[in-house]
Design a protein around this ligand. Structure first.
Ligand SMILES: *[C@@H]1O[C@H](CO)[C@@H](O)[C@H](O)[C@H]1NC(C)=O
Ligand SMILES: *[C@@H]1O[C@H](CO)[C@@H](O)[C@H](O)[C@H]1NC(C)=O
Length: 249
């Protein structure tokens, strides 16, 4: 097997070089030559060596190329590493920028929401008048009992009113009809004589009784109304006009 391979090897070299070797027979197949050696090691000698030189050179060149290739491959690998690091940096930066953008959008969104809320509040309290630092709504037409009045004010986004000070009370009084009673958000349901504001759930901050009040003529009298510059404790079921406040205190 080895001998055969050796033979083929020399034969191929001879064919490549297109030189007939001494002592060989040329066999032509389809016009191509094939050199046959009977004793290649002896027949070949120096000639073969010189014939092999191009092949050896060729291999050497390839070896150089391979080393160059290896160096290049290492360079490429280094470059790839660098690119990867750059990509990571870019990715991190993009993520940071995206996060910053999201934060900005979120803050803008909450600013818009705040504006919308304010606008909504303004629209909601369009029927309210500013009295001092607060908004009040005075109903001049419809009379309502306690429950109904409470629901109406809540429906407008407010509460049945109570006053914080004498000043507020006077400012409101100036806007009322002299001969009409107005329902306030103050009652003594829980304990007779203890007047609670429905907007705060606490003791009413300001009361201004008419002379002799609070005076209980009926069992139903738990609700405070105001009339002509003073307050009295009145029936909760009677239908009278209401005053709402926009604030929840
Ligand atoms: C290429 O890198 C490999 C391992 O990273 C190393 O073994 C080899 O010697 C390097 N080749 C050259 C030509 O620098
Ligand atoms: C209050 O008024 C409403 C509406 O008119 C009525 O349905 C309700 O029964 C009244 N409640 C009392 C306690 O009078």
């Amino acid at each position: 097997m080895f001998k055969f391979l050796t033979f083929v090897f020399y034969a191929v070299i001879a064919k490549v070089l297109k030189v007939p070797l001494s002592g060989s027979e040329d066999v032509s197949t389809d016009g191509r030559y094939m050199c046959l050696l009977h004793d290649p090691p002896n027949q070949c000698g120096e000639f073969c060596l010189s014939a092999l030189m191009p092949l050896i050179d060729h291999i050497a060149r390839h070896q150089e190329q391979w080393i160059t290739c290896n160096v290049k491959s290492n360079e490429t690998e280094a470059k790839l590493g660098k690119i990867e690091a750059q990509l990571t940096a870019v990715k991190m930066k993009s993520e940071e920028q995206l996060q910053a953008l999201l934060t900005k959008i979120e803050s803008q969104q909450s600013a818009v929401m705040e504006t919308l809320l304010q606008m909504n509040r303004k629209i909601m309290f369009l029927r309210f008048d500013r009295v001092g630092s607060r908004l009040f709504y005075i109903e001049h037409n419809l009379g309502q009992n306690w429950t109904s009045a409470l629901n109406s004010c809540n429906g407008m986004g407010g509460h049945l009113a109570s006053f914080k000070s004498e000043e507020e009370f006077k400012d409101i009084s100036a806007k009322l009809n002299m001969d009409t009673s107005y329902r306030l958000g103050i009652n003594d349901f829980a304990e007779k004589g203890l007047f609670i504001s429905v907007s705060s759930g606490k003791t009413a901050p300001f009361l201004k009784w008419k002379p002799g009040e609070p005076k209980y003529n009926h069992i139903d009298q738990h609700c405070v109304t105001m009339h002509y510059g003073g307050m009295w404790v009145d029936s909760c079921s009677s239908n009278i006009h209401l005053i709402c406040e926009a604030d929840d205190n």
